[in-house]
Design a protein around this ligand. Sequence first.
Ligand code: NAP
Length: 328
Amino acid sequence: MRIKPVTFGKSEVVANPLGLGTNAVGGHNLFHALDDHAGKQLVDAAIANGINLLDTAYVYGLGHSEELIGEVIQHHHRPDLVIATKGAHDFSSGEEVINNDPAFLTAQVEASLRRLQTDYLDIYYIHFPDHDTPKAEAVGALQRLKEQGKIRAIGVSNFSLAQIKAANADGYVDVVEDEFSLLHQDHLTDGLLDYLHDHQISFVPYFPLASGLLTGKYDHLVEFPADDIRSQIADFKEPRFSQILAAVEQVRPIAAAHNATVTQVILAWYLQNPLISAVIPGAKRAQQVEANAQAMNVALSNAEYQTITAVFKGFQATRAGKSLKDPD
Ligand code: NAP
């Protein structure tokens, strides 16, 4: 493996920078016809292939993703793994409400610990910001859990820059997870990444493969069922879909030069991007995970890195359709 481990923020959490996104492990509310056995297999495949950062959340299957991961990690050495999970979704009223109340977050951490069958979480993210809770109070609750040894690093996800600043008022935030990919680079210009860099906060982008579009496997538009999250994503609609495919074609010669796949080269671009701490591609099958792990062995030249950056530069300002940050 060519890539060095990464330390998250000011914490002592260290992981390999290519992790596994697990919204398709037990995330039956996000994807159509998922198979639990395949989900557990791909988590096992990740660990067997040098991936030790597992990114999950309560809302992926309303606890089911955490439960499946909890089963798998019983067969592995816990200290070798970095488990990141998230909470903020409150269904106690019968409807989905985002809740950052300190008591609610504390209860959510305890529930995640039970589902994951572990006595500590390496990273705990507030998954989405609510409207009412002062962000420093929400993070203060996580800081108390950190002092009790129940979590080791504090994260926030889907927070605006102003909300991140408020959350980090006492300097407690170690990591931010937010949408960022070659197709969605808004944070290059909105000051968010500058703030994180200046305050020693790690950045983990989500949707690094643009939900599969950046793998190079699409050659025609696909209709997803309404209960598949991709049916809501603007990248899968024309004319943007064809523009993305044309850009991906330009990555193929670089992949060929490395005897690698387009996916591996795209993931290598994230791994070599100094603004990014860790990249967490998701997967549906173990074979995808095994292939993606090999991206840690692909070293792009500076010229290749710059070529890929330039190819996707035009996508920076484009953002259309339903934002997946809208929790409802
Ligand atoms: P992604 O990483 O951009 O795309 C993953 C999808 O691409 C896979 O499910 C698979 O789908 C396809 N794929 C992966 N490897 C492949 C390969 N080698 N060859 C061909 N296809 C491949 O999107 P994501 O999984 O939705 O997001 C990544 C992670 O970010 C999630 O798992 C989750 O942990 C996290 N996330 C966090 C938030 C948040 O609010 N914090 C939001 C979204 C996601 P198909 O096989 O179906 O094509």
